[in-house]
Ligand binder design. Structure first.
Ligand SMILES: NC(=O)C1=CN([C@@H]2O[C@H](COP(=O)(O)OP(=O)(O)OC[C@H]3O[C@@H](n4cnc5c(N)ncnc54)[C@H](O)[C@@H]3O)[C@@H](O)[C@H]2O)C=CC1
Ligand SMILES: O=C([O-])CC(=O)C(=O)O
Length: 320
C-alpha cells in the first residue's frame, strides 16, 4: 500500500515539530511548505537525516510552491504569525486572515480531497475562514484547540492529585481563547467526575477553580516564558493525534473546533465541541447535556467567536 501524504502548510515551530512527530509515527510521506524559502527544505532534510537513527521510513521534502502539496491526504495548517508577550490571540486576526486566503486557495487547487486541520490563531475564526476560502466540505475542515486545552487541564489535574496523566480525562469546550469552557462535570480521574472528587475531599472548589483558570491561561503562560513565540510541542502532538485518528479511522472522541449547523444552538460557526474523527473526517458532533452555568459559559464563548467572525467579514466581505 502506498504511503499517505501529509502536507504541513507552515514550517515554523509547530510545522517542524509536526514533521518530526509524523515521521517518528510513520504516518506517511511528509511535505513541508512555507513562504520562507529554504526553511521547509532545511527542516525536511534535517528530519530525514534523523530517520536512519530513529529507524523510521518516510520521505520528507520541503517546498515553497503549492504544487508540492498535490494530492495530500492530510493538510495541517500553521502558516501565519504567533503572538508575543502583551498580545492576545485575537490581535493576529488581520494578518492571519490574509494568510488563510492564500492557504485556502492552495488547498482548493491541489488538495481538495484532504482532511484539513487548522492550527493558526485566532483558531475558531481562522478555521471558519479557511473552510470558506478553500470550499472543502465542512466535515473535512477542523480546528485544533480542544485536544491541547484538555491536555493542559489533564496535566495540571494529574499533578494536583499525584496520579498518572493516563487516568485523567478532560473536556474543554468553546472557543480557543479566554472564554474557553473547561468542564469539571465531564472531566474525570479513573471515571470519577471532578465534581464528585470535590465531594470526596480530593480538592476544594476554590483550588479546582485555580486549576481551571491556569488551563484557560495555558497558552499565555508559555508565551510569557518563551518571550519569542508560543507553545509548539503540545500543539503539534495534539494535531498529530487528530491526524492519526483520521488516517487510521480510529474514531477517537476528541474535542475539536468543528462546523456547527444547529448543534448546541449554533449555526455556521466553528466552536470547540466533542467530535468523532474517523475516515469520514468529522463523523459526528457529540451533543452533551449542559447545565445552566455551563450553557451560559458556552454561550459567552460562542459570542466571542461570533465577534471574531464578524471582524473577518469586515475585512473580507466575501466570507459572509
Ligand atoms: N490552535 C492552537 O491551539 C495553537 C495555535 N497556535 C498558532 O499556530 C500558528 C503557528 O505557530 P508557530 O508554528 O509557533 O509560528 P511560527 O512563526 O514559528 O511559524 C509560522 C510559519 O508560517 C509561515 N508563514 C507565514 N505566512 C505564510 C504564508 N502566507 N504561507 C505559508 N507560510 C507562511 C512563516 O514563514 C513561519 O515559518 C500561530 O498562529 C499560533 O498562534 C499556536 C499554538 C497553539
Ligand atoms: O497562546 C498562544 O498564542 C498559542 C496558543 O493558542 C496556545 O498555546 O494555546
Amino acid at each position: 500500500m502506498a504511503r499517505k501524504k501529509i502536507a504541513l502548510i507552515g514550517s515554523g515551530m509547530i510545522g517542524g515539530t509536526l514533521a518530526h512527530l509524523a515521521g517518528l509515527k510513520e504516518l506517511g510521506d511528509i511535505v513541508l511548505f512555507d513562504i520562507a524559502d529554504g526553511v521547509p527544505q532545511g527542516k525536511g532534510l534535517d528530519i530525514a537525516q534523523s530517520s536512519p537513527v530513529e529507524g523510521f521510513n518516510a520521505s520528507l521534502t520541503g517546498a515553497s510552491d503549492y504544487a508540492a502539496i498535490e494530492g495530500a491526504d492530510v493538510c495541517i495548517v500553521t502558516a501565519g504569525v504567533a503572538r508575543k508577550p502583551g498580545m492576545s490571540r485575537d490581535d493576529l486576526l488581520g494578518i492571519n486572515l490574509k494568510v488563510m486566503e492564500q492557504v485556502g486557495a492552495g488547498i482548493k487547487k491541489y488538495a481538495p480531497n484532504a482532511f484539513v486541520i487548522c492550527i493558526t490563531n485566532p483558531l475558531d475564526a481562522m478555521v471558519w475562514a479557511l473552510q470558506k476560502f478553500s470550499g472543502l466540505p465542512k466535515n473535512m475542515v477542523v480546528g485544533m484547540a480542544g485536544v491541547l486545552d484538555s491536555a493542559r487541564f489533564r496535566l495540571f489535574l494529574s499533578e494536583e492529585f499525584k496520579v498518572s496523566v493516563q487516568d485523567v480525562t478532560a473536556f474543554v469546550l468553546g472557543g480557543h481563547g479566554d472564554t474557553m469552557v473547561p468542564l469539571a462535570r465531564y472531566s474525570t480521574v479513573a471515571g470519577i467526575p471532578l465534581t464528585d472528587l470535590v465531594k470526596m475531599g480530593w480538592v476544594t472548589k476554590e483550588r479546582l477553580e485555580e486549576i481551571i483558570q491556569r488551563t484557560r491561561d495555558g497558552g499565555a503562560e508559555i508565551v510569557g516564558l518563551l518571550k519569542t513565540g508560543s507553545a509548539y510541542y503540545a500543539p503539534a502532538a495534539s494535531a498529530i493525534e487528530m491526524a492519526e485518528s483520521y488516517l487510521k479511522d480510529k474514531k477517537r472522541v476528541l474535542p475539536c473546533a468543528a462546523h456547527l449547523s444547529g448543534q448546541y444552538g449554533v449555526k455556521d460557526m466553528y466552536v470547540g465541541v466533542p467530535t468523532v474523527i474517523g475516515a469520514g473526517g468529522v463523523e459526528r458532533i457529540v451533543e452533551i447535556d449542559l447545565n445552566k452555568a455551563e450553557q451560559e459559559a458556552f454561550d459567552k464563548s460562542v459570542g466571542a467567536v461570533a465577534g471574531l467572525c464578524e471582524a473577518c467579514i469586515n475585512i473580507a466581505p466575501a466570507l459572509k
